[in-house]
Design a protein around this ligand. Sequence first.
Ligand SMILES: [Zn+2]
Length: 264
Amino acid sequence: MPNEDESMTRLLDDDDPPAVQMVRRAGRSAFFLTCDHAGNRLPRALGTLGLPEFERQRHIAWDIGAAGLALRLAEALDAPLVLQPYSRLVIDCNRPPDASSSIASLSELTVIPGNRQVTPAAAEARRREIFQPYHDRIASELDARQGLGRATIMITIHSFTPEFKGEARPWHVGVLYNRDTRLARILLGLLRAEPGLVVGDNQPYSVNDETDYTIPVHAERRGLPHAELEIRQDLIVDESGQMAWAARLAGVFRRAEDQLNRPL
Ligand SMILES: [Zn+2]
């Protein structure tokens, strides 16, 4: 009776899509992109998490515009991109799985009914079936690149809300980092040289080990030059904004790569 074992609670059905999506795997760029909050999909078994449609469409569920931008950027750079199609409300793929905010029962002011009483076995199933395959895939791709001796510059693409707690956020784009400032410093300089841009230096967030996972675990530990990029949602909500920002960022990234490789 192996199914009696509660630790083997399954989350995803055969009908649910995989917990990791990858495009341009053979991309030739040194840039390696991830989009941790790309999608707002919920596994069928979790229903709606008790949330009305509009809550499942807004920022608490995913990074609006980020996937569209990341896909266009991957194309412009010919860079591999790994995306997480499931909502951060299932499990946040950019939080350590042991953090209390990994499975949020309250996001901003919204109670997430389906997350209020998650059993340890159910939480473990979310980790094992959503979080782990996503990060295993990133790790195995980075291992493969390392094995081939390929240079890798890691960028994670996120988006942020134009307002937070009633306050308008002035930045168009934010460059986030923690211990390793190599690429962040270059990106800050290049973005600030773009006309009319307000650029956040570790704003509206910063990277740390408690609130982030992808950069600390995959980029910092491997010593890869990296940055977490946050773009304001209203700028990339539609296709024209995503195209314009993909073109702008692709140019900035190429120049950043040149600067990074320039001997001191
Ligand atoms: Zn995000």
